[in-house]
Design a protein around this ligand. Structure first.
Ligand SMILES: [Cu+2]
Length: 341
C-alpha cells in the first residue's frame, strides 16, 4: 500500500502518455521486476539511514543542557579520558556500519546485474535488431530466412510472455535504448552490438526513449513497445511481412505516383514498389504506426501534411530533406501513405 502510493507519486512525476506510465518503478517483466526490487531496497535502506541521521542530529541539537554542562571552548578541545574513548567507539562503530552497508548494497547491485544477464533464455526467443539513428529507431525482426525479415521503425511489437532478444546497433553516434517498464538503459554503440533481453508479462503499450544525449533532436527520439497476446502479434507480423498493397483507387494511385516521382524514394523504402531508399524509416506499413518521426507527433493526416510540407519546423535539424510537393499533389500523397496499413 505504502509502496503503491510512493510508486504512483513517482510515476506521476514522469511523463503522462497514452500508454502505461513510463516508469522504472512500474515493472511489467522479469528484468524490470528485479531492477524495481533493487531500487526499492536502496530506497528503504538509505531512507532509513537518512531519517536516523536526522533524528540523532535533532536530538543532539535540542538536548537540554544543564549549566554545568556548558563546556568552555578549551574544555571541548581537551575531552576527558572517558569522553575520548566514547567518541572513538562511536566513530569506529559508525565506520564499520557504513562499510557493511555499502558492501550489502554492492552485493545487491552486482547480484541484480548478474541475475538479469543470466535471463538469456534458450526457449524460442524472438530476436529484434534495434538500430539507433539520429533521431529515429530502425527495427528489424531477424530471421534465418531473409524473406521473413520484417523492417519497420519507431514501434516494436512483441508477444506477451515470450523472451525477446534486443540486438542493439547504431548508425552514427551513441544512443541508448530505454523502455523503463521493461528494462534498464542499454547503450547502442557504433560498430558494436549490444544484447539485452526483455519480456513483457502483461499486454500493453510501453513508451521508450533514447537515454543518451545524441544531438539536436535527442528529446524527440522515442518509441513504443506494443506487447500483445501471441495471436494478435502473429496477425501483426503476417501483415508486416506483406509488401505494400498496390492501390486500386485512382486517388491512391495518383498519390503513389507522387511519391515515386519525388526524391522520397532515395531515402525511404516501400516494399513492393521501386522506392528502395535505405537511410530513413521504412514506409511499407507506415499507416499502421502510431507516430510520425519517432513519435514526435501522433500519426494523423494533418500531422503528416505538416511533416511533409516542412519537416524542419516540426523537428528542427532532422535528416529529412524539405521537398517541394505541389499543393494539388499533397492530398493524394497523404492518402496514399496513410493507406499503407
Ligand atoms: Cu539517440
Amino acid at each position: 500500500m505504502r509502496r503503491a502510493v510512493v510508486s504512483a507519486i513517482l510515476a506521476s512525476v514522469l511523463t503522462g502518455c497514452a500508454g502505461r506510465q513510463q516508469s522504472a518503478v512500474d515493472p511489467v517483466g522479469p528484468q524490470s521486476g528485479k531492477i524495481d526490487t533493487l531500487w526499492w531496497s536502496f530506497f528503504w535502506l538509505l531512507g532509513a539511514i537518512f531519517i536516523a541521521v536526522i533524528i540523532v542530529l535533532l536530538f543532539t541539537l535540542m538536548r537540554p543542557r544543564s549549566g554545568a554542562e556548558q563546556e568552555t571552548i578549551e574544555a571541548a578541545h581537551k575531552p576527558s579520558e572517558a569522553t575520548d574513548s566514547r567518541i572513538r567507539r562511536i566513530v569506529t562503530g559508525a565506520t564499520i556500519a557504513t562499510i557493511v552497508i555499502l558492501f550489502v548494497l554492492i552485493v545487491a547491485s552486482v547480484g541484480t546485474g548478474k541475475a538479469i544477464s543470466e535471463l538469456s533464455y534458450k526457449k524460442n526467443p524472438l530476436t529484434i535488431e534495434v538500430t539507433g539513428n539520429q533521431w529515429w529507431w530502425q527495427i528489424r525482426y531477424l530471421n534465418d530466412d531473409p524473406s521473413l525479415t520484417v523492417v519497420t521503425a519507431n514501434e516494436i511489437h512483441i508477444p506477451v510472455g515470450r523472451p525477446v532478444q534486443i540486438r542493439g546497433l547504431s548508425n552514427d553516434v551513441i544512443h541508448s535504448f530505454w523502455v523503463p517498464n521493461l528494462h534498464g538503459k542499454r547503450d547502442l554503440i557504433p560498430s558494436r552490438t549490444t544484447d539485452e533481453w526483455i519480456e513483457a508479462d502483461h499486454p500493453g503499450l510501453y513508451r521508450g526513449q533514447c537515454a543518451e544525449f545524441c544531438g539536436l533532436q535527442h528529446a524527440h527520439m522515442s518509441l513504443w513497445v506494443v506487447a500483445e497476446p501471441q495471436d494478435k502479434f502473429k496477425t501483426w507480423m503476417d501483415a508486416q511481412l506483406q509488401p505494400a498493397v498496390a492501390p486500386s483507387d485512382p486517388e491512391l494511385q495518383h498519390g503513389q505516383q507522387v511519391f515515386m516521382n519525388h526524391a522520397c524514394i532515395f531515402c525511404h523504402q516501400i516494399r513492393g514498389t521501386t522506392a528502395g531508399g535505405q537511410n530513413a524509416p521504412d514506409l511499407t506499413h507506415f499507416g499502421s504506426r502510431r507516430g510520425i518521426a519517432a513519435n514526435t507527433v501522433p500519426n494523423t493526416k494533418g500531422n503528416l501534411a505538416g511533416w511533409i510540407v516542412d519537416p524542419q519546423s516540426m523537428k528542427p535539424g532532422n535528416h529529412m530533406a524539405s521537398i517541394v510537393v505541389d499543393s494539388t499533389e499533397l492530398q493524394p500523397l497523404i492518402e496514399y501513405l496513410e493507406s499503407l496499413k
